[in-house]
Write a protein that binds this ligand. Structure first.
Ligand code: GUN
Length: 319
């Protein structure tokens, strides 16, 4: 089952090609020999706004859903991400409660106890533990202690299994890869029959990304840090999704002319600016490219709103 089909079960009526990349802004125009080549930007802020607007409409229909967010690390980036999530919930008319535990006070047993309380609290529809956790705390144990129907990150075994079985209408799906599929769908990028190459095999992005692409009927290759001839493998891609967490892993020479390139990476440069995993000169060959910032990042947050609403709705309807 495809993503938009699964979301339609819950009344989210997203259709492909609701947005037109050329309507918004062209990324850049580069000269290739005598020909000029336009690479268009897949603007995640606009697509995320679209989804957030739909969530706000659903809140009016169904009532607000409630997310519990646990922040138990002193990582400054985690705090920034959590603040963005809480702000987005407020803007959509949804509730969130932040449970902040200082890194020197946190214990695995204490976290499990808090999660158990939130599992039993019927006013809480979703639970999110911001990762990474402090060293010595088992991420697996923490994730697996969240009730599957409140696992709005879609990281726990139950939801991972549903995703890989293609039972997307029952699954809570990980926000970043689901956000990538939604972004491509909203801009009318067809995946069926295309060769999609995913660079990166993390549990949060690469692996679920490959499963979701398969359910969209793409032909999928997963490449990673040990892949031989990585550039050659990437050049085969009609759709190239880069989630390696390594800056510059994909450069211009690794991209097929006209390919769709989705950059999931996020790095802070010494001058404070953000960049992705993909070299900036990729715009000279790609047909469509997600910017960093403003590409996949906003989609992750939009999908978290949607997942929390779905969690509330699925529970209400006993699914
Ligand atoms: N840390 C980085 N990305 C994520 C995410 O999507 N969910 C959680 N819980 N932590 C993260």
């Amino acid at each position: 089952m495809r993503l938009f089909q699964a979301l339609r079960h819950d009344g989210f009526d997203f259709k492909t090609a609701q947005l037109n990349p050329s309507q918004f802004h062209a990324g850049s125009t580069a000269q290739q020999g005598s020909q000029s080549h336009a690479c268009l930007s897949l603007d995640g802020r606009i697509a995320a706004q679209w989804i957030r607007h739909h969530c706000a409409e659903k809140v009016k229909e169904w009532g607000a859903a409630h997310l519990a967010v646990i922040l138990a690390s002193s990582d400054p980036a985690s705090r920034v991400y959590v603040n963005h999530k809480i702000k987005a919930f407020k803007e959509a008319g949804m509730h969130s409660t932040l449970y902040e535990i200082s890194e020197d006070m946190v214990s695995e047993a204490g976290l499990v106890e808090l999660i158990c309380q939130l599992n039993d609290d019927s006013s809480v529809h979703g639970i999110l533990v911001q990762l990474p956790l402090a060293q010595g705390i088992s991420q697996t144990r923490i994730i697996e202690s969240i009730r599957p129907d409140k696992d709005v990150d879609g990281f726990a075994n139950h939801n991972v299994g549903l995703l890989h079985q293609g039972r997307l209408e029952k699954a809570l799906l990980p926000c970043t890869p689901a956000g990538v599929i939604a972004l491509l769908g909203l801009y009318g990028v067809t995946l069926a029959g295309k060769h999609a190459v995913v660079v990166g095999r993390s549990a949060i992005v690469g692996r679920p990304m490959s499963g979701l692409l398969l359910h969209e009927d793409a032909t999928v290759t997963v490449a990673h840090s040990k892949t031989q001839n990585l550039d050659q493998v990437c050049r085969e891609a009609d759709v190239l999704i880069v989630a390696a967490g390594r800056r510059g892993i994909v450069s211009r020479s690794a991209v097929k002319p006209g390919a769709v390139v989705v950059d999931v990476g996020m790095h802070r440069l010494p001058d404070g600016k953000l960049c992705g995993d993909v070299d900036p000169d990729v715009f000279e060959v790609a047909g469509l490219l997600t910017p960093v910032p403003g590409g996949v990042g906003p989609m992750t947050i939009a999908m978290l709103l949607l997942n929390t609403l779905r969690a509330a709705h699925l529970r209400q309807h006993g699914r």
